[in-house]
Design a protein around this ligand. Structure first.
Ligand SMILES: Cc1cc2nc3c(=O)[nH]c(=O)nc-3n(C[C@H](O)[C@H](O)[C@H](O)COP(=O)(O)OP(=O)(O)OC[C@H]3O[C@@H](n4cnc5c(N)ncnc54)[C@H](O)[C@@H]3O)c2cc1C
Length: 412
């Protein structure tokens, strides 16, 4: 197993580090100020989710520096030529500033997953109309699968209705937790719904492109995450007699489940590496606080329990990173299918590890840790959702257990 970076990847990583230091971190206060100003000035959904202008400046700068769409596998984008295990450390770096950096380099979810879907399954027309502007960072998108009324961790339950009517499909039902839908630049959703309730369990659903401004699409509200409203918004949406042309179907009717599976894979490497980046930032903050705060005559760093927290955090981060890098290497070497169980495993291990590290950093900060004077409180809330979003822990644990037990069970 070899995680060494090629000279090309090492060069990209160095340039990304410089971009983080020179552009991203200095822009963080501006980003938050611009969001606050927009929320105070305006009203309604788009006020809290208005687009901070500083982001557009960062995108221009990133593109100028050749730091754009780095997530695309090298086979799809020879422009940068990065393998999955080579992009992984870059995703980690962007996780140090998760609200700014991934979007600045056009590598943020859910756009990345949607770009993968359109790249793999989109028609020529869909690629021109929707994929190209996403690749150019001109629009944003959302992925609409989860529904309030069914246990959506089991994709077979997804039941919003998609009924063919002549040259159109008509969509009726509800979705929620649709990330990105409140962003004023969100131009379309890739929606998963049921086209054939009588088909076998995994052939009932299809994926279809729904432009955000189609009549009948109603963004009911953006759901707060532990009280935080993210810029892109996680939305509850109702669809009432929403008509879209049949040419908006992605792939074939009944292919939704298969596309949902294909959409994951490298995306989980990116999520996990970003979470590792957040954990690293939390550990840095923990060390800085511990060495500068004095309690009972000594710095916190001189207290054994704090040392224990710091040491454990370092050891757990490094273990988790190796697990993710091994998974990325497997994807590069044997393909996504061969790495399926590892992909499930990292999706459990990394968010739990990152949460533990961030929680320790919160504790070392005392009261300061649970409010907005450090990024820790929001970081904890965001990381907590990773144990649920993209499939809850239990579902991935089940996959790992099944793979481990398979050789011991009678062949079917
Ligand atoms: C911040 C955030 C962003 C999100 N973004 C998106 C998005 O952009 N698009 C989208 O479509 N969805 C999104 N989601 C939704 C997310 O993917 C779902 O919440 C997730 O798949 C779980 O579905 P559910 O909420 O219906 O939980 P349920 O399916 O009802 O599951 C609830 C709980 O049941 C337990 N459980 C489930 N299955 C098993 C099992 N086999 N064994 C044991 N226990 C089990 C688990 O503890 C699980 O947490 C987002 C969620 C969050 C919190």
């Amino acid at each position: 197993m070899d995680f060494a970076l090629s000279p090309n990847a090492a060069d990209h990583l160095g340039r990304l580090q410089a971009f983080m230091d020179e552009q991203i971190y200095p822009a963080e206060p501006t980003y938050h100020e611009q969001r606050l100003e927009a929320a105070e000035r305006g009203s309604g959904l788009h006020a809290e989710h208005a687009f901070p202008p500083v982001m557009e400046e960062l995108k221009v700068e990133a593109r100028k520096r050749g730091l754009w769409n780095l997530f695309l596998p090298d086979a799809d984008d020879p422009a940068h030529g990065l393998k999955v295990h080579e992009y992984a450390p870059m995703a980690e770096l962007t996780g140090w500033s998760p609200h700014l950096a991934p979007q600045a380099i056009n590598c943020s979810a859910p756009d990345t997953g949607n770009m993968e879907v359109l790249h793999l399954f989109g028609s020529q027309q869909q690629k021109e109309r929707w994929l190209q502007p996403l690749l150019d960072g001109e629009i944003r998108s959302a992925f609409a699968m989860t529904e309030p009324d069914v246990a959506s961790s089991d994709a077979a339950n997804i039941s919003i209705s998609i009924v063919r009517d002549g040259d159109h499909y008509v969509i009726n039902g509800k979705k929620w937790w649709i990330s990105g839908a409140a962003d004023p630049r969100c131009a379309f959703f890739i929606l998963m719904g049921k086209t054939d309730p009588s088909a076998s369990a995994y052939r009932q659903q299809s994926m279809i492109i729904v432009p955000t401004d189609t009549p009948g699409v109603d963004i009911v509200r953006a759901l707060p995450v532990y009280g935080f409203q993210h810029q892109e918004g996680h939305c509850e949406i109702s669809f009432t007699d929403v008509r879209v042309p049949v040419s908006n179907l992605v792939g074939e009717e009944g292919g939704g489940f298969m596309i949902a599976q294909a959409r994951l894979g490298p995306g989980r490497i990116h999520h996990c590496m970003r979470a590792i980046g957040s954990a690293e930032r939390a550990l840095k903050l923990m060390c800085e606080r511990a060495t500068s705060r004095i309690a009972f005559g000594r710095t916190l760093a001189e207290q054994g329990t704090v040392q224990d927290d710091i040491a454990r955090s370092r050891m757990e981060i490094d273990q988790a990173r190796l697990y993710v890098m091994q998974t990325a290497w497997k994807i590069d070497t044997y393909g996504v299918k061969a790495a399926r169980t590892d992909i499930a495993g990292i999706k459990v291990v990394v968010p739990n590890m990152a949460l533990a590290v961030i929680d320790r950093a919160v504790q070392v900060h005392g009261g300061a840790g649970v409010t907005d004077v450090t990024p820790l409180a929001e970081m904890w809330a965001g990381t907590r959702t990773l144990r649920i979003a993209d499939g809850p822990d239990a579902v991935h644990v089940r996959s790992v257990a099944r793979a481990e037990l398979a050789p011991y069970l009678p062949k079917k």
